[in-house]
Design a protein around this ligand. Structure first.
Ligand code: CP
Length: 306
């Protein structure tokens, strides 16, 4: 039997996606969740750095009554060659049933789930390679829904390093699936293949991308994933693609600004924009706890019913 797994929102049916957003919305309103994970332990396995994803999974798990193990990968047997699969099997043997995993490997979580078939445990992606970051996408959808009421017909620009972004690979297909009108743009070296992201419109400059947008989602230039490309310097990026108040006032005066974080002040956006009234960045962060609680509750139910 397959284990409960969340790696890609595309794998969720419409009812499950709607349920997760509804439940996260309720929790974001301040409704106290029942201790659905009472007696359970959630392991945070982060093979790449994180501030907000790791902290919000931990807060959410504790709110649901779970204990949390934050394994320090740099001081674990990973450095002696232990694989992700062996680490999960080892911790599962100690009674841990929930695994929150961030890893740089392409497709590694589906491989992991395949190898663990029949085990009584659940895995959720906290960001996997360039493949996806499903809970960040849920946060972005929830934040837009709570701000604008509905996504259908909403005019959204996604700007920046789309090629290396796992957030883009989760959120853009979800936005188009839910009826938003999406334009994508960024430096040529940071744009995806032509046929990726069907249903979106590719444009060539910032002004065209953000013109009249209700929301602009800025993405970080992911230098840690860029090898030998002609990606722009920070100064070049800021000059052509950086969001500042002047550009927004001219082309998208009503636009709200989202960024999954972490962001580079003065590169993707100025402090005036990041900290100003348009910014939904800290609202996204706050919604992260509700989203991750909704996801953990759902995984608990899947595990129970499995
Ligand atoms: N958005 C996001 O994944 O942030 P962290 O890397 O801080 O978790």
């Amino acid at each position: 039997m397959n284990i409960p797994l969340l790696t890609h929102l595309q794998a969720l049916d419409d009812d499950t996606l709607a349920h997760l957003l509804d439940r996260a919305n309720t929790l974001a309103d301040g409704v106290v969740a029942k201790p659905a994970l009472s007696g359970a332990t959630v392991a945070n396995l982060f093979y790449e750095p994180s501030t907000r994803t790791r902290a919000s999974f931990e807060i959410a798990a504790r709110r649901l009554g779970a204990q949390v193990l934050n394994l320090d990968i740099t001081r674990s047997s990973t450095v002696k060659g232990e694989t992700l699969l062996d680490t999960v099997r080892t911790l599962h043997a100690m009674g841990i049933a929930y695994f929150v995993v961030r890893h740089g490997g392409h497709g590694i979580l589906s491989e992991l789930a395949g190898a663990l078939k029949g085990s009584r445990l659940a895995v959720v992606s906290a960001g996997e390679g360039r493949d996806g970051h499903p809970t960040q996408a849920l946060i972005d959808l929830l934040t837009l829904q709570r701000t604008f009421g509905e996504l259908k017909g909403l005019d959204i620009a996604v700007v920046g390093d789309i090629s290396h972004s796992r957030v883009a690979r989760s959120v853009i297909p979800a936005l188009t699936r839910l009826g938003a009108v999406v334009r994508i743009a960024g430096p040529d070296a940071l744009m995806p293949e032509k046929d990726e992201f069907p249903g979106t419109t590719r444009v060539r400059n910032l002004a065209e991308a953000i013109a009249g947008a209700s929301a602009v989602m800025a993405l970080r230039v992911q230098r840690e994933r860029i090898h030998g490309s002609d990606a722009p310097t920070e100064a070049d990026y800021a000059a052509r693609w950086g969001l500042n108040e002047e550009r927004l006032a001219e082309h998208a005066p009503q636009a709200k600004i989202l960024h999954p974080g972490p962001f580079n002040r003065g590169v993707e956006l100025t402090s005036e924009v990041a900290d100003g009234p348009r910014s939904l960045i800290l609202t996204q962060v706050a919604n992260g706890v509700a989203v991750r609680a909704a996801v953990l509750e759902w995984l608990a139910r899947e595990l129970e019913n499995g």
